[in-house]
Design a protein around this ligand. Structure first.
Ligand code: KIV
Length: 279
């Protein structure tokens, strides 16, 4: 396993693509998980706006605010040592104007401590990506299924299925690279389309539900750890069943408390009451 001890920085990702080293990214939302993923050698921690779904219990990512993203980004950066922290720009925090995007992205860097931001969309946001990168703010793009556009897309479904849609996506990807994006998330697109995009771009692609040909992979950590079971996307591999473990642990704790097994001496404690009363 190749996990250099030193901190991962934005230019390293291009080198990793050139060397054929696969990039490992997971979402993180708090310092404890960030610390564990960092120790495990995960290269990139994404403070995804999926926090709306897996942490805040929302149906979509649309209600996520800048304040929520800054709050969680700050926690993740406290836990990250080696991994590069990327923070999502939330819905409508960057589409109004490039100036709005720069101001909001700057908050994720200055207040949250992020090293990069991610935003969703293709050619319509390319100029914004250019302005951000010209201002010195590294940007990761995100095309294919873009959850902030869920209403426009008509649901969370695979994208770029027709030849025409695949061509459009390739043009989006090229425009983002040209605008200065340092990497691109490809979400829920056919493997063959992801393969073409990956071969056409110099910057790395990071896939989620986009097959094996991307330069790296990302998963929502709560999916990968078996913590979030409301809906498990078909492409997810669950590496643990932490949800079941948490459930059993909480049940055992409740039983112990109710039966006086925890804390130790909880039953005997009743007998000590008269002694304490004499103190
Ligand atoms: O918000 C998120 O978790 C994401 C990943 C699905 C890439 O954008």
């Amino acid at each position: 396993m190749h996990t250099p001890a030193r901190k991962i920085r934005v230019p390293d990702l291009l080198l990793m693509k050139e060397r054929g080293e696969r990039i490992v990214m997971l979402t993180a939302y708090d310092a404890t998980m960030a610390r564990l993923f960092d120790r495990a050698g995960v290269d990139l921690l994404l403070v995804g706006d999926s926090l709306g779904n897996v942490i805040l219990g929302l149906d979509t990512t649309i209600p996520i605010t800048m304040e929520a993203m800054i709050h969680h980004t700050r926690a993740v950066t406290r836990g990250a040592n080696r991994a590069l922290v990327v923070a999502d720009l939330p819905f409508l925090s960057y589409q109004v104007s490039p100036e709005q995007a720069i101001q909001n992205a700057a908050r994720l860097f200055q207040e949250g401590g992020a090293a990069a931001v991610k935003l969703e969309g293709g050619r319509p946001v390319a100029n914004t990506v250019r302005r951000l990168t010209e201002a010195g703010l590294p940007v990761m793009g995100h095309v294919g299924l873009t959850p902030q556009h869920v209403h426009y897309l008509g649901g969370m479904r695979q994208q770029a299925r027709s030849d025409k849609a695949a061509q459009e996506l390739i043009l989006d990807a090229l425009a983002l690279e040209d605008a200065g994006a340092f990497a691109l998330v490809l979400e829920a697109i056919p493997d063959a389309v992801a393969e073409v995009v990956t071969s056409r771009l110099k910057i790395p692609t990071i896939g989620i539900g986009a097959g094996p040909h991307c330069n790296g992979q990302v998963l929502v950590s709560y999916d990968a750890l078996g913590l979030f079971d409301s809906f498990v996307p078909p492409f997810v591999k669950q590496y643990a069943q932490l949800g079941q473990m948490v459930l059993r642990a909480a049940q055992n704790y409740a039983n112990d408390v109710r039966e006086g097994v925890f804390p130790k001496g909880a039953v005997a404690g009743r007998d000590r009451a008269p002694v304490l009363a004499t103190l």
